[in-house]
Design a protein around this ligand. Structure first.
Ligand code: ATP
Ligand code: MG
Ligand code: MG
Ligand code: MG
Length: 460
């Protein structure tokens, strides 16, 4: 509905871009609809049309701590967006977002609240005079919430739209209203008006080409439309959540702690499946490490639910089935996705139980000596020998109010790297004497012919 609506307003529908940023070192993984479109905003590249609309797969690991705890955060979500590259601006964007929510989706106007940047009177007037929203229903927030900027470059105020889900979702604290961190007034849509250029020193000048960049979480909109508790109760995610319960032999809503694990797995398997489908492989650095952390965190929550052995490599099929219509790459790479996840699960399964039991011993030792900080060397041992990403160890210990000596962990890691570097001088990484390779080298005389010759089938 969203894409069709904006198509009817002259936008070009484009497919979701990959989660792996293209020609952009400033970002590890795509986290918004606008991120892959940056070159069109800066003028570096010419857009195929000046109005574009997408449904973009996004990952935000910064939200990981919220996942399973709030109703509205996933590490993975789909962001609906409409974009203007120097074409329409504030007026149209606001009017269309209102038209979409109230007329196309049919949401109750009295439950919607816009927010604006402190001194953005232009946006205020549009909401108030043109749309007809009473002044007391328009919230003015500061830079943190309502001014979008990332270092130097295009930036500007934004206007968000919140939906009041009703008292039962509120925190009940005095003053709970739009902007409260609880799940009653849920932010559904962010309209960014990139109208300034920041020269990097805090000087703002008006941009000649004014842009619009908006983002609305599909899952959040579905929460509102389907009137359900959280993104994990939306029909599509519910099917996945039910599968998790089935595999674990547990029921949802029987135990709050269990429910958190169920939700964490439901979310993380989506991130993991989509990341692998975009070619990200588990590793110890960069986006590969993000993938590894998510996968291992999900595996550990599986253990908490009593799941024995591999399950994520089966669960990913439910993600594929549920999302393959929108993202055909999932279906095309099905076997590959299953294989990569299964291998990583196998790897971690070999050490997870032993690691957990060693960690339990470490905890006991700390308790005996009345300490509340796990030594860096111990945390590093769990990482290095048992494959526990540091934040996994941290999360397990948090429940017992124990922290990690992170500096000590880094020092242990550096020490090991240095040792490995020295060792490489005489031996290769497999532990063999490097001279073996000196001897083999002259025999390996392969010649690359790919530039001027195609492989013919008989050679394969
Ligand atoms: P919140 O304040 O709730 O964390 P946000 O202000 O960080 O959201 P934006 O950066 O404005 O979110 O992103 C645009 C839209 O994307 C949001 O209005 C919301 O609908 C959706 N969104 C953002 N983060 C998430 C997430 N972690 N899970 C699901 N949807 C999200
Ligand atoms: Mg956020
Ligand atoms: Mg927000
Ligand atoms: Mg926002």
């Amino acid at each position: 509905m969203f894409l069709d609506f904006f198509e009817s307003k002259g936008h070009l529908k484009m497919k979701s871009f990959s989660l792996v940023p293209h020609n952009d070192n400033s970002l590890l993984i795509i986290n918004s609809g606008m991120a892959p479109l940056k070159p069109y905003f800066t003028g570096q590249e010419i857009p195929p049309r000046r109005r574009v609309t997408t449904c973009q797969k996004c990952i935000r690991t910064g939200d990981i701590e919220n996942v399973g705890k709030t109703a509205r955060h996933g590490t993975f979500f789909e962001m609906l967006g409409n974009f203007s590259f120097g074409d329409y601006f504030k007026r149209e964007a606001i009017h269309w977002s209102w038209e979409f929510l109230t007329e196309v989706v049919g949401l109750d106007k009295d439950r919607l609240y816009p927010s604006i940047y402190l001194d953005d009177d232009e946006a205020f007037d549009i909401w108030n005079k043109e749309i007809g929203i009473a002044p007391e229903r328009i919230f003015r927030f500061g830079k943190e919430d309502n001014f979008w900027e990332h270092g130097a470059g295009p930036c500007g105020p934004c206007s968000e739209i919140y939906y009041d889900r009703g008292e039962k979702y509120g925190c009940g604290k005095p003053g709970c209203t739009v902007g409260c961190d609880c799940d009653r007034y849920m932010e559904v849509w962010n309209n960014v008006f990139s109208q300034f250029n920041n020269d990097g020193k805090g000087n703002y000048s008006e941009l000649e080409q004014k842009n619009i960049d908006t983002g609305m979480g599909l899952e959040r909109l579905a929460v509102v439309v389907q009137d359900v508790d959280s993104i994990f109760d939306v029909d599509t995610l519910q099917a996945l959540r039910n599968k998790v319960c089935e595999m674990a032999g547990v029921k949802y809503h029987e135990d709050e702690k269990q429910d958190v694990s169920i939700r964490v797995i439901t979310d993380h398997i989506r991130s993991v499946t989509f990341m692998v489908s975009d070619g990200i492989m588990p590793s110890n650095e960069g986006r590969g490490y993000v993938l590894r952390r998510l996968l291992r965190r999900a595996a550990r929550h599986g253990r908490l639910l009593g799941i024995e052995g591999k399950f994520l490599s089966k669960l990913c099929e439910t993600v594929i089935e549920g999302s393959k219509d929108g993202y055909p790459e999932l279906d095309e790479k099905r076997d590959f996705i299953i294989k990569v996840i299964a291998e990583e699960e196998d790897k971690f399964n070999k050490t997870i139980d032993q690691g957990l039991s060693i960690l339990a011993d470490m905890e006991q030792e700390l308790e005996k000596s009345g300490k509340k900080v796990l030594g860096g060397a111990d945390a590093f041992k769990l990482y290095d020998t048992y494959g526990f990403p540091m934040d996994l160890t941290k999360e397990i210990l948090e429940e017992k109010n124990i922290t990690i000596d992170e500096e000590g962990f880094t020092a242990a890691m550096n020490e090991q790297r240095e040792k490995a570097r020295k060792a490489r001088k005489t031996t290769n990484y497999m532990g063999a004497d490097a001279t073996v390779y000196d001897e083999i080298d002259p025999a390996v005389t392969s010649k690359f012919t790919g530039y001027d010759k195609l492989v013919n089938e008989s050679e394969i």
